[in-house]
Design a binder for this molecule. Structure first.
Ligand code: C2E
Ligand code: MG
Ligand code: MG
Ligand code: MG
Length: 278
């Protein structure tokens, strides 16, 4: 009887969930399984250094190959992983895996890892980085974490302290998706980032739209004055490249040079010809 009751309650609960909520819940269950079942892997997108004329590093990008859903893009599952706290375990895996790959690359090639706000603010985060570095044997200065300014929304002092702690270990820090948030400029004063990544929404139009070009120029000049590097995200054509080069942008990332590639193809790309930007 008690069993029947609880099943009844369960059915009622199921019915009352709207379709979107049910979909999210299934996605959450699938995400838990993905981590256990080894359905995640990393792809790597090269970041081409315009000053040194070579690949300076690769950004690790999470890929989920679900047995029936197929390839699920990060925009569809990162926010669910954040809302459920799963991003902490997933992010831990990403950090270990990124460092494990990078140790096989030449010493002058870095790996950049995206870190979500919840993961960054979790008390074990410094230890996650320490563990990933020590297990892989990767030098700290070959690891760059990418954070967005949303990490500062709450408890800025704690965030800045942690950034200084990571910096003291030798880890580099990049500010991702720059220009899309609220008060970007104040965050530039609170911590000396190694790099600013200019969001692709500005880069898309940089070759045609004078106001986009003016904004990118202002960001590059500001970063240069603050002794920070710049990476233009989402560079897709030669006109954009020419404009960015002329503006003194330090590096580019985008389909023009290469899409994200499999981990096993990285070493060959580093050794191969760099014709795309010549
Ligand atoms: P992001 O960190 O800004 O990464 C850049 C995104 O732009 C990647 O999308 C990349 O594939 C895409 N992209 C690169 N070049 C071009 C281009 O020329 N044109 C266009 N249209 N797109 C380009 P992706 O891999 O789908 O990742 C989307 C976002 O998901 C990332 O944005 C990042 O915020 C998040 N993400 C990806 N992997 C991770 C991860 O391991 N952890 C966390 N927390 N977030 C991740
Ligand atoms: Mg990024
Ligand atoms: Mg970005
Ligand atoms: Mg972006």
């Amino acid at each position: 009887r008690a069993k029947q009751d609880s099943r009844g309650v369960f059915r009622f609960f199921e019915r009352s969930l709207d379709a979107a909520a049910r979909k999210r819940r299934q996605l959450e269950l699938d995400l838990r399984e993905a981590l256990q079942g080894g359905q995640f892997r990393l792809n790597f997108q090269p970041i081409f250094d315009l000053k040194k004329d070579r690949i300076g590093g690769f950004e690790a990008l999470l890929r989920w190959e679900h047995p029936t859903r197929g390839n699920v893009p990060p925009v569809e599952f990162i926010s669910v992983a954040e809302n459920t706290g799963l991003i902490i375990a997933i992010g831990d895996w990403v950090m270990q895996e990124a460092c494990r790959h990078a140790i096989a690359w030449p010493d002058d090639v870095r790996v950049a890892v995206n870190v979500s706000p919840l993961q960054f603010r979790n008390s074990g985060f410094a230890n996650v980085i320490f563990q990933a570095l020590s297990r892989s044997g990767l030098a700290a200065n070959r690891l760059e974490i990418e954070i967005t300014e949303s990490v500062f929304l709450d408890g800025e002092t704690m965030v800045v302290n942690l950034l200084h702690q990571l910096r003291a270990m030798g880890v580099r820090v990049a500010l991702d998706d720059f220009g899309t948030g609220y008060s970007s400029l104040s965050y530039l004063r609170s911590f000396p980032f190694d790099k600013i990544k200019i969001d692709k929404s500005f880069i898309n139009a940089v070759a045609e739209d004078p106001s986009a070009a003016a904004i990118v120029r202002a960001i590059v000049d500001l970063a240069t004055a603050l002794d920070m590097e710049t990476t233009a995200e989402g560079v897709e054509d030669r006109e954009q490249l020419a404009e960015l080069r002329g503006q003194g942008c330090s590096s580019i990332q985008g389909y023009l040079f290469s899409r994200p590639i499999e981990g096993g193809a990285v070493v060959a790309m580093i050794a191969g010809p760099m014709s795309a930007v010549a």
